[in-house]
Design a protein around this ligand. Structure first.
Ligand code: FAD
Ligand code: UDP
Length: 387
């Protein structure tokens, strides 16, 4: 029997999407699964590893797991224990550190006492305690105190950060992007308010290893599917021969069709890692730089991972820029707007001709997904495929 006939399913990409679906198909459905990953490691953008300095770093920027979905949390908890970690972020505004998301603690640091108290009362009266208000909504408030507050937050937290991150002003991008970090009417300084949050106790990479550790799963690293997979006249070809099994694709959908309508736009990041011979570099896991610097944020990994190590620490700075499609670049952030969504839809429609092919994940679905959303989609796709 030829080798490709041994596989029931082909999974492209070994990030969260590819790994969860491979694991589910192998374990729950007993399918033989081949996973192709173009990089030399598993985990996609959630990959972490011990650096040369002996510090556990997230290679592609800080990853904090958070979800309100019990099924997602319970599923991952079969493969990992959790370090109980609540992420806190402060913004460096001209040297003053204030909590982000902007909350009632931030309010009292940013405004003089009597005005802060007045604004707090108005916020609670209008929105209610513990509510979350997207900055673009707050900007529509007619009240002069709240208009002052909205101007402060917009100009000091969102404007320059968003210009750096997206090359666009906050009102030029999908409102859902800035709504990810709403104004929070409470004294809760956590970045996420989800029920479940934490970091895999060992590492993300160990979590992926456990998920992939199944006799029905074969993993091939350094294997770019673009060189092996061809979609033509309703048929899928793998290694030059027809493949009749299920294909789950978690790479960029435009690349599946040689970018024939032009590239889908993305933002990418340059990560600059720095190691210092000190125990701590900063007071929180992440410090955002919303009014100055070319990088958006600095993350110090030991806060996230809990690694106990005196006299040494590593940070990463994130420098955003446009993705050009060069080989050494990674498309991190889909730029969701009506024009790009239309372009994506043209590519997605091409897959209608190939019912055995399923698009899954942040790249393949061109959606600004967090990890938990992808686990949820992967579990649901597995449910559908097993019907
Ligand atoms: P990816 O992780 O991108 O995996 C796709 C994989 O497919 C990659 O390994 C890629 O190499 C491979 N691939 C692509 N094309 C091919 C091909 N042709 N052949 C073979 N392999 C291919 N989410 C959170 O929940 N919490 C966070 O704190 C968080 N922080 C983030 C910080 C940053 C800087 C970024 C960029 C993202 C963050 N995310 C976070 C989002 C998280 O990274 C994604 O939700 C998740 O990694 C997406 O998983 P995925 O499998 O869809 O995609
Ligand atoms: N944002 C901002 N200032 C901040 C934090 C976030 O302007 O201090 C905006 C910015 O547009 C960013 C978006 O909110 O891209 C979402 O932020 P999040 O922290 O969720 O981004 P991610 O972690 O996905 O990079």
């Amino acid at each position: 029997m030829k080798k490709r006939e041994m596989y029931d399913c082909l999974v492209v990409g070994c990030g969260m999407a590819g790994t969860v679906i491979a694991s589910e198909l192998a374990e729950r459905a007993g399918k033989k699964v081949l996973v192709l990953e173009m990089r030399d490691h598993i985990g996609g953008n959630a990959y972490d590893h011990l650096s040369e300095s002996g510090i556990l770093v997230h290679q592609f920027g800080p990853h904090i797991f958070h979800t309100d979905n019990k099924r997602v949390f319970d599923y991952l908890s079969r493969f990992t224990q959790w370090r109980n970690y609540s992420h806190e972020v402060v913004g460096d505004i001209n040297g003053k550190l204030i909590p982000i998301p902007f909350n009632l603690n931030s309010l009292h640091l940013a405004f003089e006492s009597s005005k802060a108290t007045r604004i707090e009362q108005k916020l609670i009266a209008i929105y209610g305690l513990a509510s979350k208000v997207p900055i673009l909504d707050l900007r529509r408030q007619p009240d002069t105190d709240l208009a002052d507050l909205a101007d402060f937050i917009y100009n000091n937290i969102f404007l320059y950060y968003t210009q750096k991150q997206w090359g666009l002003a906050p009102d030029e991008i999908d409102a859902l992007v800035t709504a990810r970090v709403p104004v929070v009417i409470s004294y809760d300084n956590r970045y996420f308010q989800d029920t479940y949050q934490g970091i895999p106790a060992q590492s993300y990479t160990s979590l992926f290893e456990y998920m992939l550790n199944h006799p029905n799963i074969e993993l091939r690293l350094n294997s770019d599917a673009r060189r092996m997979l061809r979609l033509e006249s309703g048929k899928v070809f793998f290694d030059g021969s027809p493949f009749n099994g299920t294909v789950i694709y978690s790479g960029p959908t435009d690349e599946l069709f040689d970018c024939r309508y032009g590239r889908l736009p993305y933002r990418t990041l340059d990560f600059v890692f720095e190691t210092y011979d000190i125990t701590w570099y900063q007071s929180r896991g992440t410090v955002n730089y919303p009014v100055d610097q070319e990088y958006t944020r600095i993350t110090e990994f030991k806060h996230l991972t809990g690694q106990a190590l005196d006299g040494r620490t590593t940070i990463v700075k994130e420098y955003p820029r446009a993705y050009t499609g060069a080989d050494n670049e990674t498309p991190y952030y889909p730029i969701q707007n009506p024009e790009n969504t239309t372009l994506y839809e043209r590519y997605r429609k091409l897959t209608d001709e190939f019912p055995q092919v399923h698009l899954l994940g942040r790249l393949a679905e061109y959606k600004y997904y967090n990890m938990d959303a992808i686990v949820k989609k992967a579990l649901e796709l597995a449910d559908t495929l097993m019907k």
